[in-house]
Design a protein around this ligand. Structure first.
Ligand code: PLP
Length: 420
């Protein structure tokens, strides 16, 4: 198909040209004397993305799932109890992992489309007087439902109960796109992957661990080899890895962090919010609902859009892809067929997103959903126009007089400053 593919799944996200170019290199010796000058600064600058001074960043050649496993296996022992809410596909998968690793998992079942049930976390922690709960697992942004939950109340719940459990936060689809403050929020293990806000291909699982979490390395008895923090720390202190790292991804990560820092993290978050809000205006104009039930849970990185009863959301996705070269996110597990998702994170601007909104609108009409043509595009466009930053004044060449039509055969006088 001619033209570019429009990638709007909530990860992998679009990789900026600058990052692609940074990754496009011949392979190098990862044990050379030059290698530490790449790895060391990347590990250090990751801390700025997580907003931590005292935490330590680890990069595993894996994905977000590997980072989940690293967080659990480096700090817990078989039979340890963890407390976690299930309110979407990704919180479900983390629960499944914890169970399969041999942990005792206290699951709080919650509605898919709602945020993490803070009150119930609070109750469970307050009731746990003997501190049998060793860790609280929390999904900051549930990518499956487009729901963001505030992390601060969960830290408050731990503090109120004077509970020593670790706080582990999955920030796979938030870190680098939505504000995340590891130190301020008292997060012990913060988890992400390379293919979302960090604008890279999949292939890196990234964890930041607090000093409290690191201290548990000597007592945690879950088996670990590949994901061992101790091995990684030993190698990282000299600037190396305990095994072969992905060179292109490290070069890419250095570039993507530089891009985020140049834009300024706070500006990155504001941009994501504005893009997400425009998308939400479009969804409203279509007369459709988000899966996220209340505005306080609306995600700035992904919108999960409920399709009307009787329509299969998978059809919208299939038509969008085959007819318009637009990749939208699917409904997962119990949301299969009930929704489609537009990922609006990473290297993204208004007109890129307009492509996804226009394409979704066309595909929805193709499968019989009665949305007014142009309604979403208009709503998003007007929102983005009305919230655009003012442009600095610029001197432009004057408009040519209307009364002097160009005669054929006469020499046209070129206005000063005009380009030819
Ligand atoms: N957690 C969340 C919130 C996710 O969105 C994902 C993937 O989309 C994961 C964990 C798993 O990450 P990965 O697919 O990189 O293993």
């Amino acid at each position: 198909m001619a033209g570019r593919n429009f990638l709007f799944v909530p990860g992998p996200t679009n990789v900026p040209d600058r990052v692609l170019r940074a990754m496009h290199r011949a392979m190098e010796d990862h044990r050379s004397s030059d290698f530490p000058s790449l790895a060391g600064p990347v590990l250090e600058s990751l801390k700025k993305i997580f907003k931590t001074r005292s935490g330590q960043a680890f990069i595993f050649p894996s994905s977000g799932t590997g980072a989940w496993e690293a967080a659990l296996s480096n700090t817990l022992s078989p039979g340890d109890k963890v407390l976690v809410a299930r309110f979407g596909m990704f919180s479900h998968l983390w629960i499944d992992m914890a169970q399969r690793l041999g942990l005792e998992v206290e699951v709080i079942e919650a509605e898919w489309g709602e945020g993490a049930p803070i009150e119930r976390y609070h109750e469970a922690l307050a009731a746990d007087k003997s501190h049998t709960i060793k860790a609280v697992l929390f999904t900051h942004n549930e990518t499956a439902t487009g729901v963001t939950s505030d992390v601060t109340p969960i830290r408050r719940a731990l503090n109120d109960a004077r509970h020593p459990a670790l706080l582990m936060v999955d920030g796979v689809s938030s870190i680098g796109s939505i504000d995340f403050r590891m130190d301020e929020w008292g997060v012990d293990l913060a988890i992400t992957g390379s293919q979302k806000g960090l604008m890279l291909p999949a292939g890196l699982g990234i964890v930041c661990a607090s000093q409290k979490a690191l201290a548990l390395g000597s007592t945690a008895k879950l088996r670990r080899v590949f994901f061992d923090f101790g091995d990684m720390q030993k190698a990282n202190t000299t600037g190396y890895f305990p095994y072969t790292p992905s060179l292109p991804l490290l070069y890419g990560l250095r570039e993507s962090i530089a891009m985020l820092m140049e834009e300024g993290l706070e500006n990155v978050f504001t941009r994501h919010h504005r893009l997400a809000e425009g998308t939400r205006r479009a969804i409203k104009a279509w007369g459709l609902e988000l899966c996220a039930r209340e505005p306080k849970w609306h995600s700035d990185t992904v919108s999960a859009i409920m399709v009307p009863a009787g329509v299969n959301g998978a059809e919208v996705i299939d038509v969008a892809y085959r007819r318009y070269n637009l990749a939208l996110g699917a409904g997962l597990a119990r949301m299969a067929g009930k929704l489609f998702r537009i990922g609006h994170l990473g290297d993204m601007n208004e007109l890129m997103l307009m492509g996804a909104i226009a394409g979704s609108e066309m595909a929805m009409r193709d499968v019989g959903i009665k949305v007014t043509p142009g309604s979403g595009v208009a709503a998003a466009g007007e929102y983005w126009r009305s919230t655009a930053a003012p442009l600095p004044k610029r001197e432009l060449p004057p408009r040519a007089p209307d009364s002097q039509p160009v005669q054929s055969g006469t020499k046209e006088k070129v206005t000063a400053g005009a380009t030819r």
